[in-house]
Design a protein around this ligand. Structure first.
Ligand SMILES: Cc1ncc(COP(=O)(O)O)c(C=O)c1O
Length: 491
């Protein structure tokens, strides 16, 4: 037997034990701290500094040790009081699906290498299109996350709109004239795209937002006109369907109309927010998504898939093939009865690809569309509750609430009387407070800077959170806020 093979009895024994450990972990997750707050040095000390093992170790011991490392020294994003950034509580079915996917290990780069997995990915994409309410004829690909989903769409846009000679001549063919538009609230992936794909950061036209934090479409139009007059080649506008800081959805139908009038590619970054389009009462907020040429959405955010699962949907998937396909002589992938063969390596960056569709596909069936409507709606309601509780509290200022993101800040009671207090002081106070909360292990929040106010930000993409958690979080923030304020006073 090869040294890496595990015999059947051991596999069963270790596998069952691991499942026992993981079910206990889920069962008691609300009693654990969200984080132990250990420093990198402390983590390093727990891990030890051993050099590369010369010889093997018992698998059973390895699992005992490794589950202790991970379960007792991680930030638990499955905890009911975890609201940091946009990372969801992971579905249990997703964890099991990942095990099954790894066991079979289909390479979903080519149909011949993954016949069933390719068919399941295709169905998952169709379901995701139906879920958000665009035509199921949109096609696409699952990718690692939001950044990759947006970058994948960005290059499809460029191929569609750049001169055909760009494939041979590179960006020289466009003489550096290609420019693109997004609101200033757009996630940082756009800067990566500009720099890494050779356009340079000056090619980004950052469009200001209105008071409601939506892209100002009047300025968008003016900027496009002025670029055209100056000989630039506008090719793409990005609309946000849930911006990363505050969850605002741009006026997508207005942006769609502008794109249509100017023959521009319309891409929507819906990595976080677009699943909310499944809820009948929020559907209108997303009017215009049916016009998008490409859409990024992230099952590992609001569909609660374990990392990693992002998705790019494209109205005409041929644009992905035009962008990513290649036919080297050493591939014999086009011989299936279906014409043309669906080979996912032709739809994106990756060649060999894992089976990330399975965890999404299984969760969609476990709870159905209605299960998701319930969970997503509850997240929104909990976020509203947090905002309202902050509004009621005399030491809190509720700042924004959109979709399932609420922002707020701690404001000491005697704010008005204390002449040392100004916006800079409040920003320092809230930044320190956030650091204390993140280390403290009772709740995990992140931050947003809104019109120069440093805010605490809770993004609820968490099916474990309850109303009681929200009430407790208010108390925790106020209690810790007072402590930080006192500390600052003493200094
Ligand atoms: C709107 C938006 N776009 C893109 C991303 C990037 O997603 P990922 O971290 O999965 O790459 C995020 C992440 O929070 C986001 O909120």
């Amino acid at each position: 037997m090869s040294p890496i093979e595990i015999n059947k009895d051991d596999f069963i024994e270790i596998g069952y034990r691991l499942i026992d450990i993981i079910s206990d972990f889920y069962d008691t997750i609300n009693e654990s701290p969200v984080t132990t707050g250990e420093t990198p040095e402390q983590i390093q000390a727990v891990l030890g500094n051993a050099s590369l093992p010369e010889n093997g170790t018992s698998v059973s011991e390895l699992f005992t040790k490794t589950s202790d490392l991970l379960l007792n020294h991680s930030l638990l994003n499955g905890h009911p009081k975890f609201f940091g950034y946009i990372t969801s509580s992971p579905t249990q079915i997703g964890a099991l699906a990942d095990l099954l996917a790894s066991a079979v290990n289909p390479n979903v780069g080519a149909n011949i290498l993954s016949p069933m997995a390719t068919a399941i990915e295709k169905q998952t994409l169709k379901w995701l299109a139906e879920f958000i309410g665009v035509s199921p004829t949109y096609g696409g690909i699952l990718v690692s996350g939001g950044n990759m989903a947006n970058l994948t769409g960005f290059l499809a846009a460029r191929t569609a709109k750049a001169p055909k000679s760009m494939k041979e001549d590179g960006l020289v063919a466009t003489s550096g004239k290609m420019v693109f538009y997004c609101s200033k609230a757009t996630h940082t992936w756009i800067e990566k795209a500009a720099v890494l794909f050779g356009h340079g950061s000056k090619a980004i036209r950052w469009i200001p937002t209105c008071a409601d934090n939506k892209m100002d479409t009047v300025i968008l139009l003016q900027t496009i006109d002025s670029d055209l007059k100056n000989g630039k080649k506008p090719f793409l506008v990005i609309g946000n369907a849930g911006d990363v800081s505050t969850g605002v959805v741009d006026n997508l139908s207005e942006i769609a109309a502008i794109c249509k009038a100017h023959d521009l590619w319309f891409h929507i970054d819906g990595a976080y927010g677009i699943p909310a389009a499944v809820i009948p009462q929020y559907k209108n907020l997303f009017d215009g998504i049916q016009e998008a040429d490409s859409i990024a959405l992230d099952p590992h955010k609001w569909l609660y898939a374990p990392l990693e699962a992002g998705c790019t949907l494209v109205k005409n998937p041929q644009h992905l093939i035009d962008t990513y396909s290649a036919h080297p002589v050493y591939y014999n992938f086009d011989n299936s009865a279906d014409e043309p063969t669906l080979n996912y390596y032709e739809y994106g960056f990756q060649n060999s690809r894992g089976f990330r569709a399975l965890k999404v596909w299984m969760a969609l069936q476990q709870v159905g569309k209605n299960g998701y409507i319930k969970m997503i709606n509850e997240d929104i309601e909990l976020s509203k509750l947090l905002f309202e509780e902050a509004q009621k509290h005399e030491e809190l200022e509720a700042v924004t609430q959109n979709l399932s993101i609420a922002t707020l800040r701690y404001v000491p009671l005697n704010y008005a009387q204390d002449e040392r207090m100004n916006e800079t002081y409040l920003n320092t106070l809230n930044e320190k407070l956030l650091n204390e909360l993140q280390q403290g292990g009772e709740v995990f929040l992140s931050n947003a800077v809104i019109t120069d106010k440093y805010c605490l930000r809770a993004c609820i993409v968490n099916f474990r959170t309850s109303k009681k958690d929200i009430q407790e979080i208010i108390e925790i923030i106020v209690r810790e806020g007072r402590k930080v304020y006192e500390k600052l006073q003493i200094k």
